[in-house]
Write a protein that binds this ligand. Structure first.
Ligand code: IMP
Ligand code: MG
Length: 169
């Protein structure tokens, strides 16, 4: 495994994003929505950088194929909060083709949030198939498969504190 982003760099970036959210959502009470499982580590760290009142919720999705995203997605665990008229920040680990997040965005809009921002730790911009407007991005990375800090390969490596590239992928 080769380290692509060090633990300290991630921490610094998460703090930066947290500061922006504190400023831009001052006097509001946003809901952070984490997409399981990948985003839970990022959300947990980001949450602790937020100093304004905030709520969290999660949704879980299942994509219908192996490594290449088809965008055919099913929600396997839905939100417990009502997001109507609320300021929502969707928290993702990584945006690759953009298919998954655009499905989720479309789904969330049907619930009539007051606003919807998208915050992703990682962005593989060169791989994009569907155009997505990202509000907060941690790192733009090359189109390689990465693991760690919540991201898995075959359900492994989520526990790494850094983000790395597997040698044999
Ligand atoms: P998209 O629909 O192609 O944007 O794929 C997004 C989803 O695929 C992410 O939420 C991840 O779960 C997964 N994914 C995409 N790239 C990677 C990667 O490099 N490592 C781990 N998971 C990834
Ligand atoms: Mg994900």
């Amino acid at each position: 495994m080769n380290v692509l982003i060090k633990e300290t760099e991630i921490q610094q970036k998460v703090q930066e994003i947290g500061k922006k959210i504190n400023k831009e959502y001052k006097d509001r009470k946003p809901i952070l929505i984490g997409v399981l499982k990948g985003a839970f580590v990022f959300l947990a760290d980001l949450l602790r950088e937020i100093e304004i009142p905030v709520e969290i919720d999660f949704l879980s999705i299942h994509s219908y194929d192996g490594s290449e995203s088809s965008g055919v997605v099913r929600i396997t665990h839905d939100l417990s909060l009502n997001i109507e008229d609320r300021d929502v920040i969707l928290v993702e680990d990584i945006i690759d083709t953009g298919r998954t997040v655009s499905y989720i965005i479309e789904n969330l809009y049907t619930r009539k949030p007051r606003s919807l921002a998208v915050c992703s730790l990682l962005n593989k911009e060169t791989r994009r198939v569907v155009d997505v407007r990202l509000t907060y991005v941690g790192f733009t990375i090359p189109g390689v498969f990465v693991v760690g800090y919540g991201l898995d390969y075959d359900n492994r490596y989520r526990n790494l504190k850094c983000i790395g590239v597997l040698d044999d992928k």
